[in-house]
Design a protein around this ligand. Sequence first.
Ligand code: SAM
Length: 218
Amino acid sequence: ADHSFDYPLCPQQMDWKPHYPDHAVSEDAGVEFADIGCGYGGLLMSLSPMFPSCRMLGLEIRVKVADFVTDKIIGLREQHPGQYQNIACIRTNAMKYLPNFFTKGQLSKLFFLFPDPHFKKAKHKWRIINQTLLAEYAYVLRDEGIVYTVTDVLDLHVWMREHFTDHPLFAALTQEELDADPVVSLLYESTEEGQKVTRNEGNKYLAVFRRLPSDVLN
Ligand code: SAM
C-alpha cells in the first residue's frame, strides 16, 4: 500500500546526503539522470564512470530489487574506492511520486529501459508512458533534456513513439544525433532485461526524444 512508500512532500525536503554520502561535488548538486523502473541497476553502473560528477538515481517499485541495487552499489563503492559515488537507488512508485523528488527542469536525462508492457488494452493505463505522465516528464526535464526508451515489444514501442510525437514539448532525435550520443550504445545491453532479450534473440526498439523549450507553446 502507498503508506509504505517513503517520499518527500516536496523536492526541497528530500535529504540526498545518505544516498550519495561521499560524492565530492558541491552541496547543492542535484540528481540529473533518472532511470525509471531501473530493475537490477545495470544502466546506472555502466553510466556511473562515464559521468562521474553527475548524480544519477534509479527508481524501482519492487522492494527486494531496490534493496539489491542499493547493496550492490555499496559493494561497488567498497571494491572501487572513489568510484560509484554518483549512483543510488530508491524504492518508489515513479508513476505517482516523481514531482515529489524532482523540481521543475532538474533532470537532463530520463531513461525508460524495457518498461513493463501491460499488453491488454484494459491495462494500457498502467503504462509508464501516457499522456498525463508525459506532462510530468516534461516538467522535471530541463530544456534540451533527453528521454531514452527501449523495448522489445513492438506494440509498446509504437505506443511510446506516438505519445511522445504527439506531445508538443518533445521531438525525436535525428539519426545523426543518436549516432553522436555516447549513451545510446549502452541502452541495449547494460541492463539485465536487455541481456535477457539478447539471449532470447528478441528485437530491441529504440526511441529517443528531446524536451523542447517551453516557448514552443507560445
Ligand atoms: N529497466 C530494467 C532493465 O532494463 O533491466 C528493468 C526492466 S523491468 C521489465 C521493469 C521494471 O520496472 C521492473 O523492475 C518493475 O518493478 C519496475 N516498475 C514498474 N512500475 C514501476 C513504477 N511505477 N515505479 C517504479 N518502478 C516500476
